[in-house]
Design a protein around this ligand. Sequence first.
Ligand code: XIL
Length: 367
Amino acid sequence: MNLSRRTLLSALAAVSAVRSVQAKPIVDLGAIGHEHGLMFGSAFDREIFRDDAYRALISANCRIGSIENSLKFDWLRAKGPVADFAMADRLVTFATDTKIQVRGTGLIWNDWAPDWLKSLSASEIAATLDRHVDETVSRYAGRMQSWDVVNEPFYPPHHTQDGYRKGPWLDSMGKNYIARAFRGAAAADPNARLVLNEAFCEQDDELGRSIRPSLLSLVTELKHAGVKLDAVGFQAHLKPHLPFDDQAFAAYLDRIAATGVDIYITEFDVDDSSLPDDLAVRDRMVAERCTKFLSAVLAVPHVKALICWHLSDRYSWYKSADWYARAVRSFGGDPTRPVRTHLADSALRPKSDWLSVARAMDARPRA
Ligand code: XIL
């Protein structure tokens, strides 16, 4: 497919003409990605079983999908060590039936640990990690495209040694929890691609710049130790109000890739809290930010996946994040205004950032 400017403009005109809720994509993002060596997809979770139109939008556009929450430790094992896999089973089956390659996220994450885990001794926490990784990964062995085995290893504001994120896994095992989780996952499913997923690196502020070298050292260390690490994931929840230097970030991705891993963009969306209330202005600014970021990042050949953290404002995670409304207010915006953080609006109509993504993928060389 070659998306000429005219095709895209007429698609955009069609987008604005659409009135009713419609699931059929104007431009099939999954197909465009596929033609250009990129797995395109989105996060989704239990809402797809009650929202037919959203399920259709996901099915029509995603070649790959991340289970947003239902495989996270605190969702699987909310009350104690025994897991409830019922929803995760349904989601994996849905993805398999729909021919969406499916990913598990947040297998081990120091955030959102339930209280019962925090009350265990260090050796019990280590045993819990082994059991959780083995039980969860082996249950879906052969069916998962990849796992984010460890999520967000670094958070320098926690002031731990080397900037690691604090939480029960780090506190009980030190940074060895990371290699341990990867080894467990590789044994439980030799076919799944194993991913280390990190936040903030795309920001050119103090936080982003301080995580980058630590993450590169960790990846290098894991590879030297013979740990199976197939890809590094970068969340890319873009924040237009923070400094960014997309070319510098792309150059950093090259350095990560040189260690012998692929790169996945895992949680793409745009935090619009700092942008004006006016919808047309805000949408244009979101689309511009998408275009700038993706034209730098998708030029890196090792980037193999672009996954949005949902496809529509209807399921934007910003809506339920308490810090988000505060941020809108602090930037002088109306906290009751609709969010415009995702590619389709809350009526599932593609917006101009949908086309930004289509064009940026189309600019990659054909696979
Ligand atoms: C978020 C989910 O989208 C929310 O529904 C949940 O309440 C909290 O987690 N970085 C991550 C994701 O790694 O797992 C987070 O997902 C968003 C930020």
